[in-house]
Design a protein around this ligand. Structure first.
Ligand SMILES: O=C(O)CCC(=O)C(=O)O
Ligand SMILES: [Fe+2]
Length: 260
């Protein structure tokens, strides 16, 4: 929570410039008319190193950078392990994702949702699926319940469990597994009296690689649902469009021909 408690002028030393995705501010803002989400974000690219913008790494709180580095190293190990287990669950070679991903891209976004006098009028974060392969989400201790996932057309709250992380499947795993794993649509709601913090790590393949359903998961019974595309292009598409449910995945879907 430390960074968000700093005075505004301190936080504004690290601005998220429109058209970019790192720094302090609001992402996914594309028009003057858009109703904004009730959320302040602070986002940083972590790996590989060339995506880092050192000017955006804050000098306060004093231990911020080393804490983030240590945290990110552990989360990276976790993501690599989770991908192994996903591969095993699909009867694939356990290293298949690691070998395919190249030097994986890792970014962190801290979302701070202030208490909101009218939670009925505004969302904390609009419905979306993540563009990543995996997302690891940590909710602040004792915070209000904010995260909800869409299950059978109903928004289900994800109650924070002390010392537990929430793992979300992102669009990239949905595509790679040809829909065997589905990315989860989720949103954050605000609370009348309580603020909330979430620390979210996005883990994704290198921007250079080509993505598409894996050969092992495509057959006559399960034809390819998604086309092949460059992951960097998808990431760009994702961050230059507003959050709108699972709409970003339309980019990858093979459109079935209709007769009229
Ligand atoms: O704050 C949350 O629980 C949701 C955050 C989220 O979905 C995101 O940052 O992509
Ligand atoms: Fe998300």
């Amino acid at each position: 929570m430390g960074f968000f408690m700093l005075p505004l002028e301190e936080k504004q030393k690290y601005p998220m410039v429109p058209g970019t995705v790192q720094g302090y501010g609001q992402a996914f803002v594309f028009s003057e008319e858009q109703k904004l989400d009730w959320c302040n974000m602070f986002a940083l690219g972590l790996e590989p190193h060339y995506i880092r913008n050192p000017k955006l790494w804050p000098t306060k709180p004093a231990n911020f950078c080393e804490t983030l580095e240590a945290y990110s190293r552990e989360i990276r190990k976790l993501c690599k392990n989770l991908l192994k287990y996903i591969a095993i669950s699909l009867c694939l070679d356990e290293n298949i994702f690691e070998e395919m991903f190249g030097v994986a891209v890792q970014a962190v976004r801290m979302n701070y949702y202030p208490a909101c006098p009218r939670p009925d009028l505004v969302l904390g974060l609009s419905p979306h699926s993540d563009g990543s392969a995996l997302t690891v989400l940590q909710q602040g201790k004792g915070n209000s319940v904010g995260l909800q996932i869409l299950k059978d057309s109903t928004w289900v709250p994800i109650l924070p469990i002390p010392n537990a992380l929430v793992i979300n499947i992102g669009d990239t795993i949905e595509v790679l597994t040809n829909g065997r794993y589905k990315s989860v649509e989720h949103r954050a709601v605000t609370h009348k009296e309580k603020d909330r913090l979430s620390i979210v790590t996005f883990y994704a393949p290198s921007y250079e690689i080509e993505i598409g359903p894996m050969d092992e998961l495509v057959n006559e019974k399960n034809p390819s649902k998604y086309r092949r595309y460059n992951h960097g292009e998808y990431s760009k598409h994702y961050v230059t469009n507003k959050l709108e449910g699972k709409k970003s995945l339309e980019f990858a879907k093979i459109k079935t021909a209709t007769t009229n």
